[in-house]
Design a protein around this ligand. Sequence first.
Ligand SMILES: [Mg+2]
Length: 464
Amino acid sequence: MLTPKPISKSKQRIIKFFLSSNPLEFFSRGFFYFLNFTVKYLLQNTNTCSIIDTNTRSIEAKGRCPAMENGILHVDMNNFYASVETLFAPQYANVPMAVAGDQESRHGIILAKNMLAKQMGVKTAEPIWQAKRKCPDLQLVKPHRERYVHYSRLAKEIYSRFTDQVESFSLDECWLDVYGSERLFGDGEAIAHKIRCAVKEELGLTVSVGVSYNKVFAKLGSDYKKPDAVTVFGRAEMESVIWKLPAQALLFVGPHTGKTLEKFGIHTIGDIARMELPAMRRMLGKTGEALWTYANGLDDSPVGVMGTGEPPKTIGNSTTLPHDVTTEEEIRRTLLELAESVASRLRNQGMKAGEVQITVKSGDFQEYQRQCRLEPPVCDARSLYRAALELYRRENRHWAVRLLGLRAGKLVDAAQVQISFFDDADGLEREERLESAVDALRERFGSRSVTHGTTLENRGDSSS
Ligand SMILES: [Mg+2]
């Protein structure tokens, strides 16, 4: 005899649900079941992979989340200064144009140039007279740093739609880690194109994007094809394309390192990669080791996370000296190096400092800190250096110094700083322009291309 099969609890609930005569209960239960179903469905389908997981780079993709090969992007805004200036003065769009500091002076240099000027052979960091000789019709425009800072911020806002891991390398260059963003926006290459189009459409500027699985190759990619382009430099392209590029194309190979490599018959990135690691160490020390790692595609440095919109409160550096220092000359040189590095970081962030602080530690572990206000706020090394040296001299302790630190505080947006009528406005602006030119040189030729300290010392500030 057949016995009726008992109705399961869930079916009972469904029958009860349909028999419910109360319309309010009908809708609220319906909504509850719908929510329940949606959550279960999402959990089953997302498995272990969250939609935006910024740590996925080091975690193997599990479940249905596909593993993305190339999720590191390097975005470089093309001819940045010149392109921004063209937005404000469209008449420069179809003529060779360059942004140059100190145009009245024979010693002014080219800070940036547009494509037409580039085609005429004009180079960044060359003197104006030299550029004019190559291109007599060259139009020169004064730099407007506040405009570059503004557009740099707008671009970063676009990048941050795709990931919160955006690391600024300079005013016009950023790295992005988009490993956690594939579900929303597609793979690295797709995201690169989305960014390229968004920047073009919304800002009227072009970018070139390198896409890879590490920061060094991504940077190589953005340099490879310009303007308005996307280049994928993954593992597949390492031997066939990347290794054939000149060694100087690799990040941090400046002219000096380039020459050393040449001397040993190392011409391409592949030549570096095929060297024995101990030989590279003997040749260039830690730099050699780093270059070997980069050339073999083994760079695993993470992309930093952009702040939550909060600008930094202070920017500082300190250095432990190789031996206890007693002479003021060495103190001056160290303070100058610290001031240059802090000033460069300030300019990179588009900020000025309203205060400078020094930290001094002695060989027998005594320590003091002193600070003073800077009015108006500054972002040039000379002003920071002078204030820091003044603070040091005022103490007059004659210590054997072990550690020196310099910190810029009370930071404000550079674009908002008004230089008052009574300040040495010309002098400060000239200094900032000059140091921005040095930034441009360092960006182009490597951080060691302009030797720390000597320029400022030579301008007679060491004894002020
Ligand atoms: Mg650029």
